[in-house]
Design a protein around this ligand. Structure first.
Ligand code: CO
Length: 203
């Protein structure tokens, strides 16, 4: 079972130590990534690949539609560990255009549990109803909702007590909002970076 994947794994590990025999040994001791990536679970949005980082260089949390819900113990545990223990300098919330989670949130169909998970997106949708309704093309409207959702999640992360306590003790933490394009492979920085309370208030 899954023999092809196991063969891939052995070949990958061999390639890694080919030019750098100490690669895995070094990682064994500790991880010290400077970045936390909060992204979508979509298989077309592989965090490390997109920013070309090796194992050990990116702390990753992924869920459907890249949400940072203030009551989600999974996300909060990752965030606290990243901020308090690893002391990452940057948190990137990374959405992607054409996100199925975003589309599913607002298409009116019932799917079950995921409808509850996607509820925060419907709130973003309603908060920006005028702007979104003014976009005639459906795909462009959803892509804008992808961006607005990322901005909302950036605000969630920046509003979190773990982040605010870090700022209060002088720890540098920058929260960024990006949207990735599956069709070009390129990241669009939304320019909503928050590095402290003042920027959060203006977001
Ligand atoms: Co997605």
């Amino acid at each position: 079972m899954l023999d092809d994947l196991k063969a891939n794994n052995r070949a990958w590990a061999a390639r890694k130590i080919e030019g750098d025999p100490g690669f895995f040994k070094r990682l064994e001791g500790q991880q010290a990534p400077e970045y936390l990536w909060i992204g979508c679970s979509d298989s077309r949005v592989p965090a490390n690949d997109i920013v070309d980082l090796d194992p050990g260089e990116l702390f990753v949390h992924r869920n459907v539609a890249n949400l940072a819900p203030p009551q989600d113990a999974n996300y909060l545990s990752v965030l606290q560990f990243a901020i308090d223990v690893i002391k990452v300098k940057h948190v990137m919330v990374v959405g992607h255009y054409g996100c199925g989670g975003i589309a599913a949130a607002v298409d009116g169909k019932r799917r079950g549990l995921v409808d509850h998970w996607l509820h925060p997106i419907r709130e973003v949708f309603h908060d920006h109803r005028q702007e979104l309704d003014a976009i005639p093309e459906a795909r462009a409207r959803l892509d804008r909702l992808c961006e607005l959702n990322v901005i909302r999640q950036v605000r969630n992360v920046a509003s979190d007590v773990f982040v605010q306590d870090a700022w209060a003790r002088g720890q540098q933490v920058c929260i960024h909002g990006w949207v990735y394009s599956i069709s070009t492979g390129l990241v669009n920085d939304l320019g909503v970076t928050v590095t402290g309370l003042e920027e959060l208030e203006n977001l």
